[in-house]
Write a protein that binds this ligand. Structure first.
Ligand SMILES: C[S@@+](CC[C@H](N)C(=O)[O-])C[C@H]1O[C@@H](n2cnc3c(N)ncnc32)[C@H](O)[C@@H]1O
Length: 248
């Protein structure tokens, strides 16, 4: 699917994604904490959340940091605005943003829909202030989440799914785009819900699954990435690859 097609897809699907995030606000807490820890945001810093989806990062950053949600899809942007966030409508490369706008740019689970990662990395350098940090987290190539997204999700979301995931060349690619102090960290954690059934309902909403029962989704989660039952709740084994880098 072309990049433009993905923006339209999220215009159509953003509501169901955001409804799932609102109904199970703790489901991705470990994932967001993984990224927030790496970002090491300090009071007074200007942070861009790009693409922000419905603006899930806002409350997790230290008081005194200012967060701008940057979002290509109108459906998601409306959800962020409804949460009181400042939203800039822009393509994924941050084209609508002025030069040197950010001290920190955080990007979670957005760029696997965009084939030209180098173009994004270059665009983000332009919007980062000198010394600004990039924290990019997305699905790692060849990982269980990648197989699940391109397999079960693609078969049941009505549009197919073929992501451009983050490969072993990520650090080299960031350096070629002019970043320094480059680190790559593979995060492993879980998405939690009170039961397997609720975890499956969360995933069905998040991924826009159709024509498949909650029971079938639950079975696929257990077979695919795998699930754990702990302390009366159920966790999906998930993980993103993170790139942390400085724009000199
Ligand atoms: C899975 S959501 C992630 C949202 C949020 N960062 C989060 O972690 O929940 C994917 C995001 O990428 C954006 N997106 C991805 N590819 C896009 C493309 N090619 N054009 C426009 N928007 C795209 C969507 O609008 C959406 O905000």
């Amino acid at each position: 699917m072309a990049a433009e097609g993905y923006r339209e897809l999220f215009d159509e699907r953003g509501g169901s994604y955001d409804d799932a995030m609102a109904r199970w606000p703790e489901a991705r807490a470990e994932e967001l904490a993984f990224v927030v820890r790496l970002a090491e945001v300090r009071a007074g810093e200007r942070v861009l959340d790009l693409p922000a989806g419905g603006g899930y990062l806002g409350d997790l950053l230290p008081a005194g940091a200012s967060v701008t949600a940057v979002e290509p899809s109108a459906a998601f942007a409306e959800r962020s605005r409804a949460r009181g966030l400042e939203v800039v409508a822009s393509s994924l490369d941050g084209e609508a943003l002025p030069d040197g706008e950010a001290d920190v740019l955080v990007s979670i689970a957005g760029i696997h829909h965009e084939p030209d990662h180098a173009a994004l990395l270059r665009g983000w350098r332009r919007v980062l202030a000198p010394g600004g940090r990039l924290v990019l987290a997305d699905v790692a190539a060849g990982s269980a989440p990648a197989r699940f997204l391109d397999g079960f999700v693609g078969a049941h979301n009505g549009h197919g799914h073929a992501g451009t995931y983050l490969g072993d060349e990520l650090a080299e690619q960031a350096e070629a785009c002019g970043y320094t102090e480059v680190r790559v960290i593979d995060g492993t954690y879980r998405w939690w819900a009170p039961s397997l059934e609720e975890l499956a309902a969360f995933c069905a909403g998040l991924f826009g699954l159709r024509g498949v029962s909650v029971g079938e989704v639950a079975e696929a989660l257990a077979e695919g990435p795998g699930v754990d039952h702990e302390d009366g709740r159920t966790g999906l084994r998930w993980g993103l690859r993170a790139l942390v880098a400085t724009s000199p």
